[in-house]
Structure formats: C-alpha cells, structure tokens
Write a protein that binds this ligand. Structure first.
Ligand SMILES: [Cu+2]
Length: 67
C-alpha cells in the first residue's frame, strides 16, 4: 500500500535492470492509496526492492524475506 502521498515505482533490485527478483516488478507504479501484489515468489530467499523513479533514496528501499 502506497500511503506516501505521491507515486512510487516498485521494482526489484538491482537498479536499473530489475533482474534479481522479477516477480516484484509486477507491482510497478502505485499512485497514492493504491496497492498491488507481487507475482509469486516461490523460492526461499531475500529480495531487495526500490523506487525506480528515486533509486538512491534509502527511505524507499526495502527487502522481502520469502520463507
Ligand atoms: Cu530501478
């Protein structure tokens, strides 16, 4: 859920290729108040993501742990 008041583009690391966990790229652009699921993440691992439109902003980075 994007509750940040502006659009964000949720993409897999690494920027700019987004190849590490491609199912995250299904989230993509979220306007304020919008939410979207990733595609299936079937492998137990850790996946980083970022805002593709603000890729160096540490506040807009995160990790998903698949167990
Ligand atoms: Cu990116």
């Amino acid at each position: 859920m994007n509750n940040n008041g502006r659009e964000h583009n949720v993409s897999s690391d690494p920027h700019p290729n987004h190849t590490d966990c491609p199912p995250i790229n299904a989230v993509g652009n979220l306007s304020n108040g919008q939410s979207r699921l990733t595609n299936s993440l079937p492998t137990a691992r850790s996946c980083g993501f970022h805002d593709h439109d603000d890729p160096d902003n540490a506040n807009l980075r995160g990790r998903i742990t698949i167990q």
